[in-house]
Design a protein around this ligand. Structure first.
Ligand SMILES: [Zn+2]
Length: 108
């Protein structure tokens, strides 16, 4: 865990201590917050990140954000699409969650 925290992207750590906080171990949260402070972020920076995420993220009843199906970022859009076998053959429709990087902002 400590090694993961050292190499993780700052955005990933910020997501984990804010919108994914309810799903994290207390020890892991301590490590991640210490790493963020070591990188020069302040508690105000973390609160600002949480505010901007909550403004767009889809929050679940357990208090954590819905994750994108294609990465670990919070999803901002849910829509129906075909589940594809081998990435090509449509098998059945299902709901996918998308972050902005994976199409969450597109209207298609
Ligand atoms: Zn994504």
């Amino acid at each position: 865990m400590a090694e993961f925290v050292r190499v993780a992207e700052t955005e990933d750590l910020l997501d984990r201590v804010t919108v994914f906080r309810a799903g994290m171990e207390p020890v892991a949260l301590d490590l991640m917050e210490m790493e963020l402070f070591r990188r020069g972020l302040t508690p105000a920076d973390i609160r600002a990140h949480e505010r901007s995420r909550r403004a767009t993220a889809i929050m679940l009843p357990d208090g954590t954000a819905l994750r994108c199906n294609f990465c670990s970022r919070p999803a901002v859009l849910r829509r129906w699409a075909w589940h594809r076998l081998f990435g090509r053959i449509p098998v059945f429709p299902r709901v996918f969650a998308y972050c902005p990087a994976h199409g969450g902002k597109s209207s298609a």
